[in-house]
Design a protein around this ligand. Structure first.
Ligand code: UT7
Length: 335
């Protein structure tokens, strides 16, 4: 007996991008009403001026649906044509069930739908899965969503996290294309640094904690700061090598929006020419973890710092520690 397998190998690309930015803009001064810090310290150390927090009625699932609808419209793809939905998130409030089936159903999709957790690198992981599915012929269109509602998982008095993390969603439709629009992914992990970014207490740990009703994100920021700009420079070089693209052939560099200083050091370490546009959405949006790369892509396209069809290097890193990067062709936005 022979097991039938699709053999129509094809190229994959991002066909459309959509985002949901929550309405509520939160300034550093508002953060410092509770946090022992200052607007000047936050801007100097992280670059962040404002971030957005989901308001009443804005949920992780709702933000995902909103971003996905715009991505489908930008791609000109009907919900019924989607063969798989992947949601990258670390802040869906339940371990079970996953968020993706509810997002899919709200969009009128009955295809496979599941969540993945790879911290701030989740979107770039999901993009690799989606591209692999499309390239292999397993699915024609895959919806990838990066979404976070970190404001629900923060201690507003924690000086290490309260000013950094924020909320939002970004989605892309991955589908077949005439040329490769998503390069091979350079990815990896380092579980020996699992303790560096955690949700504390763990869900089980809550049982023995009398003073906590939900976990919050905790981070050894300096440890991440020492690791990311150097380790991610190697990942950037690997992603470029795999794609056969040199650093001066890039139009845009869109790293995870963790901290403006990390972005700037990373750009220096990979010897990025001044001609390459660099994503700086962290200034307005804070660190939205798995949503940060698609949100940063959207900001660059909206502000005409980059155009659909441009060549960009994506790199993301975070809890796990996990990381992934790939060279891509930027997708169109819904207008
Ligand atoms: O997205 C997932 C990956 N995460 C990241 O990439 C985050 C990476 N890390 C960072 O972005 C930075 O480490 C932070 C922005 C979190 C912190 O910046 P830093 O330059 O590493 O500051 P630090 O923790 O070394 O603290 C420097 C000083 C200390 O004071 P002394 O000892 O020099 O007198 C801290 O006590 O700043 C003090 N400090 C603060 N002051 C005001 C620490 N946090 C704060 C604060 N406000 N929030």
């Amino acid at each position: 007996m022979t097991i039938q397998q699709p053999t129509d190998l094809t190229h994959a690309a991002m066909l459309g991008l959509g985002v949901h930015r929550p309405e509520r803009v939160v300034t550093n001064d508002e953060i410092c009403e509770v946090l022992d810090s200052t607007d000047e310290w936050i801007q100097t150390r992280s670059g962040i001026r404002t971030r957005r927090f989901a308001g009443e009625g804005e949920t992780l699932i709702g933000m995902s649906i909103s971003a996905a609808e715009k991505a489908l419209a930008a791609a000109g793809v009907e919900a019924a044509e989607v063969g798989c939905v992947i949601v990258a998130t670390s802040t869906h409030p339940e371990h079970t069930p996953a968020s993706a089936p509810q997002v899919a159903t709200a969009l009128g999709i009955t295809a496979a739908a599941f969540d993945i957790s790879a911290g701030c690198a989740g979107f770039c992981h999901a993009l690799n899965l989606a591209a692999s599915m499309v390239r292999s012929g397993a699915e024609k269109h895959v919806l990838v969503i990066g979404v976070e509602q970190l404001s629900r998982f923060m201690d507003p008095t924690d000086r290490g996290t309260a000013f950094i993390f924020a909320d939002g969603a970004g989605a892309v439709v991955v589908g077949p294309s005439e040329s490769a629009g998503i390069g091979p992914t350079a990815w990896g992990s380092d579980g020996s640094q699992a303790h560096v970014i955690t949700q504390t207490p763990s869900c089980m740990g809550l049982r023995s904690h009398t003073d906590a009703d939900h976990p919050v994100v905790q981070m050894e920021g300096t440890a991440v700061f020492r690791w990311a700009p150097f380790a991610m420079a190697e990942v950037a070089h690997e992603a470029l090598r795999l794609a056969g693209v040199s650093v001066d052939e890039l139009d845009a560099f869109i790293p995870h929006q963790a901290n403006l200083r990390i972005t700037q050091t990373l750009a220096r370490n990979i010897k990025l020419p001044d001609t390459v546009a660099v994503a700086t959405d962290v200034i307005d949006s804070g660190n939205t973890s798995a949503a940060s790369v698609p949100l940063a892509m959207e900001a660059m396209l909206r502000q005409d710092e980059a155009s659909a069809g441009d060549t960009a290097l994506l790199i993301a890193f975070g809890a796990g520690l996990s990381y992934a990067g790939q060279v891509v062709t930027l997708p169109p936005l819904a207008r």
